[in-house]
Ligand binder design. Structure first.
Ligand SMILES: [Zn+2]
Length: 298
């Protein structure tokens, strides 16, 4: 979305950021991925289920309103975390990346989005904040110079905010894990699950406020998605047919509902597209329709 005319928009960007050097004609954008484990689009969220009213999620709502979004994004044919997070990181399906369990040591080592960005940018521009240790394992030990494992959504948001405060950081991948536990223990239509979504939404609001306070606010993209949903009353994950949300917002994003069929593993090619770097030839996930609704930042 470009709320201002193009020329005004560029003036605002120039005013807010240091002038690029001759070798760096275009400002590098910033992308913040907010990954919420276990956030099913069909769980208690957009409607009342089992008498539990939807949670108040003003921050996710506002991301959806200002961005391009879908509540029908498909997941991997395997309906659990390892195959899906690895799929999002490597723009591929579990049948391709080979992670068909939550064991992070298995699988073909396809390049992750961190590997691809590392080829284009310095290590000190990449940040990884995660609650589930496998995420750190999937990305690998050395790729992000700012790297933090956390144990609560408050701590996760604190670490994300610290990364955002570092002007060098261009890519921040954030993983919130605790909603998944609420889904396992109580189900995706439970009060406990609803409360956890509200808690994560508050932390997402803190991260958004921190982004808005930086000089790079006008060049920051936010992407929110998930790995799977939960069965209504506990008993595990929703099936692989159950969709998850996918939201992208930032300069040049056309706001509205994405009608096309999309999958959460399009995250990797989308991030590469925003940065204007080539996706890995080993990724099968396509970019379309994001090439239409999201312009690479220039
Ligand atoms: Zn789970």
């Amino acid at each position: 979305m470009r709320p201002m005319g193009t020329s005004l928009f560029f003036l605002a960007v120039l005013a807010a950021t240091p002038l690029p050097s001759a070798s760096q004609r275009h400002e590098v954008p910033r992308v913040v991925v907010l990954g919420v484990d276990g956030l099913g689009a069909g769980n208690v969220w957009r409607g009342t289920h089992n008498g539990v009213a939807p949670p108040a999620v003003p921050n996710i709502d506002s991301l959806m309103k200002s961005g391009a979004s879908s509540l029908r994004a498909r997941i991997d044919p395997l309906n659990f975390s390892g195959p899906n997070w690895m799929g999002m990181l490597t723009g591929s399906l579990s049948s391709e990346h080979g992670v068909d369990s939550n064991d992070c040591t298995q699988g073909r080592k396809l390049p992750t989005i961190f590997d691809v960005l590392h080829r284009a940018f310095e290590r000190n521009t990449l940040a990884l904040v995660y609650e589930w240790d496998r995420i750190g394992c999937y990305v690998g030990p050395a790729i992000a110079s700012l790297r933090r494992q956390t144990s609560s959504e408050q701590e996760t948001a604190d670490a994300a905010i610290a990364a955002i405060a570092d002007a060098r950081v261009a890519f921040v991948f954030v993983h919130f894990d605790r909603l998944d536990a609420a889904g396992h223990d109580h189900g995706g239509h439970s009060i406990q699950y609803k409360d956890r979504i509200e808690s994560i939404d508050r932390q997402i609001g803190r991260v958004r406020d921190a982004i808005a306070a930086t000089a790079r606010a006008a060049s920051t993209f936010i992407i929110l998605t998930s790995d799977h949903g939960h069965k209504p009353d506990g008993g595990g994950h929703a099936s692989s047919d159950a969709p998850v949300p996918f939201v992208v917002t930032g300069p040049g994003v056309t706001p509205g509902v994405i009608d096309a069929d999309i999958r959460n593993n399009q995250l990797a090619p989308l991030v590469a597209h925003i940065f204007g770097v080539a996706p890995s030839p080993e990724w099968s996930a396509r970019l379309a329709p994001f090439d239409v609704v999201v312009k690479p930042y220039r």
